[in-house]
Design a binder for this molecule. Sequence first.
Ligand SMILES: Cc1cc2nc3c(=O)[nH]c(=O)nc-3n(C[C@H](O)[C@H](O)[C@H](O)COP(=O)(O)OP(=O)(O)OC[C@H]3O[C@@H](n4cnc5c(N)ncnc54)[C@H](O)[C@@H]3O)c2cc1C
Length: 434
Amino acid sequence: MIRKFEVVIVGAGPAGISAACILAENGVDTLVLERGEFPGAKNISGGVLYGNDLASILPDFEQRKAPIERNIVDSRIWYLSDQGGYSLSYKDEVFEDKRKYNVFTVGRAKFDRWFAKQAEEKGALVVSNTVVEDLHRDENGKVCGVKTDRPEGELEADVVLLADGINSPLAAKTGFRTDNEPEQVALGVKEIIELPRDLINERFNVEESDGVTIEILGSVTAGMNGVGALYTNKDSLSLVIGANVADFRESKKKPYELIEDFKKHPMVAKLIQGGTSWEYMAHWLPEGGFKHIPKLYGDGYLIAGDSGMLFNALHREGSNMAMISGKRAAETILESRRSGSYREDSLSAYVDKLWDSFVFKDLKKYKKFPEFMQKHSEIFNVLPELGGYAAREMLSVDSVPKKTKQRAIWKEIKSRIPRWKLFKLAWDAWRSVK
Ligand SMILES: Cc1cc2nc3c(=O)[nH]c(=O)nc-3n(C[C@H](O)[C@H](O)[C@H](O)COP(=O)(O)OP(=O)(O)OC[C@H]3O[C@@H](n4cnc5c(N)ncnc54)[C@H](O)[C@@H]3O)c2cc1C
């Protein structure tokens, strides 16, 4: 006999589990299928998570002992040339106190496992080691179940939520979204470097449970459109670097070379010195932005999280978009359940809910940002070099008059990048984030 569930969710990442929590606490018979050995086994992120969005699903996540590494109190941005770089830091006691757990770090293997356990406690069934290979449709074309890789692995469902992340072989098979073009995805590499807790506190100037994020832009991505990051965990650092897949293809740079070079940058090397490499991994990230979001609903199905290209590259917000889209998908399913129809016209309310939330509003606001980054490679090569040269000149106290230095800097800038291009860059930058 084929087992039937009201809702089958493909993927136990933040999107799938958020939906499962909401559905299960409302008494919906919910199954989550996860291809990994356990939830989180295959999941990678820099490790930054957002308390406000988690609390909208589990208001008592602290009491439930969410496996938080460090509460972020200091957010830094670095713009690096090969030898040095500019650094901007924002630290505020409000993040140690009133807005504690606004942003914090987690290890995804631990966090996703814990999150899935909360969904189970609410009544969802989470089954790991199971790959969803295909979707079933009824005679009217409505999705009505899934085919898994288990023997007798056919399951019926009133509605299927695809929360299967960015590398989804299912997507191409089902045709719900097109295969990702290289320009629409980045490849991120991550290394976890173990360091004694006291040394982390000392190097980053933080107390025991407080932490730092450093977002790193500039020459570290070897001229490719990308970004690096360094985040503090309790007893380790997360080092992440990634670039657009189209740029990797063109530059022939290998991802492992990129992270090895990153580790050698003088400003990075000092922070990770003496650490032991503990884990190394790579994963895709959605980079297409608003213009490449596929249709997120149809007869009997919804799409949430990375699978729907819901990722804000400028603010490195993916896990919160996943949680909130999962939550909104669950709310849509609850409404459809009350109306007794899981057809497209009923499930289309999901899109209105995403418009009501920050998810679509933010992605629309930054809709030109992916193109801007793709078009202006000078951000990753010429400008960091020029910025480094200018700072070095102005900060070297060497009896050369400042006006002479200023002239030399302008001459160098003009020889490397035409003035109109600088104005265009500034104009496009403003337009991409306005
Ligand atoms: C290097 C890197 C750094 C990042 N840093 C951050 C960060 O610091 N902060 C942040 O907010 N975001 C970050 N992100 C993005 C963030 O990880 C994602 O946006 C988020 O994980 C999306 O959640 P999701 O649930 O949609 O997908 P995922 O977390 O990818 O989960 C999808 C799940 O579906 C499972 N699955 C896939 N196909 C199938 C199938 N056919 N059958 C069964 N199961 C399946 C997968 O195993 C996986 O568990 C980063 C991403 C990368 C790659």
